[in-house]
Design a protein around this ligand. Structure first.
Ligand code: B12
Ligand code: SF4
Length: 516
């Protein structure tokens, strides 16, 4: 069997947090193969210029090297691949992760431009892919990959993990140099994969939900809490409580298990959608109280925006293709429905969560190209109102504003291309190269993102860019667009100083400093 080195590339400028993907890949190998020659090399916290000296693969053996990549770390992943091939040209290099998976078309680009350093692109779940590579399989024998054969990109058969297969794999954690989860949230744990929504900005979605059973979740948590001593867990499901009743039962079970074994004691955080904090047969207050009693101390709520036009455009509520088909009256009726069903519900959720000593983190997107003065007004008023709800409550309200950016394979990516240059199939390759280069514009962009937004770099910041330049396949920040967003942000920040409201506004730089 070949040895396997799984690498998390440097992630400077983004939120550090050990990639859960590599942990679950090794969990699978340990489960399927028992003792096996695989290990994780965590370079997240290293500087990209130093990676070469950290990679200690054998120079003359046949080894497999797997590198994970988000759009933010893609260029670093390529540099790691280059360093690997420099040490051992016979190493088999496979790149996987959200930047390159099915639907992004990045496999074509990677293999066309980087076939000297990348042998395989993994297009989905990587478990069976790396198992096959370790077993010495090649080409189309390796499931879930794209590879070059006679200069042509070929695809092997898909090979994702079924819910039953995933259920069998126990979760465990390994030594990592970088932080285990974001901020101070301990270890990331995913109890269900997938999401059947399709928000236009999101890299996941329209993906079958694969939940682990309650028993498996409890035994996974026991492993890390009781045996590994972890005291804080971040449930990093795409959105938690996809099944409200099952989540309620899980919380009750956590409480019972803690009563049986006082060592099974931990705090936890999760992120969820507005619609999933209550169901018809389960009162909101009962649900939130039980979550809190079971250890929940922070809930992120993906509200994203309060302007119904933006909610529809982002497909956060409803289906975006309907915009063009509806008469103005029908459209207004729909918006009214959003206000009553979504926005009002967000306020109701916030009120109940904040009546417990829980941090409520509102996930909020700004900087979409279609934002206008009315969007700003609606959002500022709504945030003000939300801050008033939080005033003098036991819980605390936090705003995590992220800059609207475009990832490969998203509906926003389709729109960006249709509005600029539909044939630009290397737009993400070109953008990530530009973002990782040394130009002054790039420095300006990174500083602007770090100082103002809760999320760091990664993705094309389309609301900031000059569309004329984009049509010429160039990336240039439009100073007027930047000024508008800055002034909008300034008004949002002023809420922090308003004595009538209680809200914390976050930024990447502040959060990183706080958690160090
Ligand atoms: C938890 C999380 C984090 C955590 C911690 C990381 C962690 N524990 O994974 C924190 C908060 C730190 C974080 C940070 C960031 N994140 Co994040 N994060 C997630 C989240 C919610 C879950 C990740 C996870 O554990 N998934 C479960 C695993 C099992 O699934 P997976 O990652 O898809 O991995 C499978 C396959 O993709 C494949 N695979 C993955 N890597 C590899 C490598 C090889 C060799 C192979 C063969 C296969 C393979 O096999 C895996 C197992 O089947 C995802 C959404 C999601 N559903 O994945 C977003 C997500 C990955 N994050 C995202 C982003 C944007 C970021 C940041 C850039 C934010 C920022 N600007 O700072 C940073 C970047 C960090 C980095 N190093 O790249 C985007 C990425 C989009 C994109 N195209 O790049 C996602 C998809 C969110 C979204 N919905 O858009 N994140
Ligand atoms: S933003 Fe959340 S709900 Fe929307 S597609 Fe992504 S994971 Fe699903």
């Amino acid at each position: 069997m070949k040895s396997l080195c799984l690498i998390a590339p440097p992630c400077e400028g983004t939120m550090e947090g050990f990639p859960g993907a590599l942990t679950v890949l090794k969990n699978y190998l340990d489960h399927k193969l028992g003792e096996n020659p695989s290990y994780i090399l965590d370079l997240e916290a290293e500087s990209i210029s130093q990676v070469g000296k950290h990679i200690s693969i054998p120079q003359d053996e046949e080894v497999v090297v797997g590198i994970t990549a988000t759009t933010a770390t893609y260029q670093n992943a390529l540099q790691v691949a280059r360093a690997v091939k420099g040490i051992n040209p016979n190493a088999t290099v496979v790149v996987g992760g959200h930047h390159v998976k099915y639907g992004t078309n990045q496999d074509q680009v990677v293999l066309e431009y980087h076939s000297d350093i990348v042998d395989y692109v993994c297009l989905g779940d990587g478990e069976k892919t790396i198992e096959a590579l370790m077993q010495g399989k090649t080409g189309s024998e390796v499931p879930n990959v794209a590879f070059l054969s006679d200069g042509q990109v070929q695809h092997s058969q898909s090979g994702g993990l079924s819910t039953d297969e995933w259920e069998q794999v126990p979760f465990s954690i390994y030594e990592a140099k970088s932080k285990a989860g974001k901020f101070d949230e301990g270890v990331s744990y995913v109890s269900a994969r997938g999401c059947n929504y399709k928000c236009t900005f999101c890299s996941v979605g329209r993906d079958v939900i694969r939940p682990k059973s309650e028993d498996r979740i409890i035994s996974d948590l026991e492993e890390i809490v009781v045996r590994k001593g972890v005291k804080s867990i971040a449930f990093e499901n795409n959105f938690f409580s996809q099944n409200v009743r099952a989540t309620y039962q899980l919380a009750q079970r956590l409480i019972q298990e803690r009563e049986k074994n006082p060592d099974f004691d931990f705090n936890w955080t999760c992120q969820t959608r507005v619609e999933y904090l209550s169901s018809r047969d389960l009162p909101l207050d009962d649900f939130v109280s039980t979550l809190h009693e079971s250890g929940a101390n922070k809930i992120y709520l993906g509200i994203e925006n309060f302007d119904p036009r933006l909610l529809l455009e982002m497909s956060k509520v409803g289906n975006p293709v309907e915009i063009g088909n509806l008469s103005p009256e029908r459209l207004e009726a729909r918006f009214q429905q959003f206000r009553e069903k979504y926005v009002a519900r967000a306020f109701e959720n916030a009120g109940v969560v904040l009546s417990h000593p829980i941090e409520l983190g509102v996930l909020f997107i700004l900087g979409r190209p279609s934002e206008d003065a009315l969007t700003e007004q609606i959002n500022l008023e709504s945030l003000h109102q939300l801050g008033q709800v939080a005033k003098d409550k036991p819980g605390t309200l936090h705003l995590y504003q992220s800059l609207s950016v475009v990832y490969p394979g998203t509906l926003d990516a389709d729109r960006l291309l249709s509005e600029t240059d539909p044939s630009w199939n290397t737009i993400f390759e070109d953008f990530t190269e530009w973002e990782n280069g040394n130009g002054p514009e790039r420095e300006r962009l990174l500083d602007f993102i770090r100082e103002n937004f809760a999320h760091g770099a990664g993705g094309i910041p389309w609301g900031l860019l000059d569309y004329g330049a984009l049509k010429e396949r160039e990336f240039r920040i439009d100073p007027k667009k930047q000024a508008r967003i800055e002034s909008y942000l300034k008004k949002i920040r002023e809420l922090e100083r308003d004595p009538n409201v209680s809200i914390g506004i976050h930024s990447f730089v502040d959060d990183i400093q706080m958690s160090q």
